[in-house]
Design a binder for this molecule. Sequence first.
Ligand code: UDP
Length: 236
Amino acid sequence: MTGKELLYSGKAKDLYATENDEVIVAVYKDQATALNGLKKEQVLGKGQLNNQISSLIFEKLNRAGIATHFLEKLSDTEQLNKKVAIIPLEVVLRNYTAGSFSKRFGVAEGLKLVEPIVEFYYKKDELDDPFINDEHVAFLDIASTEELTYIKAETRKINQLLIEWFAAIGLTLIDFKLEFGKDQDGKIILADEFSPDNCRLWDAEGHHMDKDVFRRGLGNMTDVYQIVWEKLQELD
Ligand code: UDP
């Protein structure tokens, strides 16, 4: 990517303008962060793996009828996305207890929830992305009641698809985080990425096949992401 205007530089991706005002290029970076950026490392090959994984998942979501920003994978580290205005919500869905949920409620990790639980976090780095509920979403004017209902329903639909795809390659989808945006017609579509950076995947032996490897210092991140990528390619 050369010569194009840098629109946004995030922790894991940079976004560039294209000659088409409705389309951007996302460039995945070899950078891993945790604890809201406090822990930061260069991890060679991570950008490519996440771009490959996220492109594959978004392509499958598009084919399954989910409206997403994904247009096409351009190269090892770049993809073409519809330009959206990101809704400042981190939408977390949990199938099993883990991470901050286990800490907050004092429960062990790995307990299956009777019904998947959707949570919202206000996407604001300065505030460390606080945990919020539907009424806070209204107070902060982040989304209308109808929009929030749609976001929740889409998240649950996406979860059903993802659970199945990961189960088919021997992985349990513990939880994940999504972000939605509004396209230029005001339609809410799935944006950001889906990779082991923003979900938890456990294999049959309970090994962490996701960013917890980095957060918890359990091993080599790219080795684990590579396995997920190889398994995902077995799907059609
Ligand atoms: N997550 C994320 N970005 C964040 C926080 C969480 O992608 O800023 C993902 C995380 O990878 C996990 C899910 O959201 O799949 C739930 O994370 P949790 O609230 O348990 O927080 P953590 O324990 O990761 O701090």
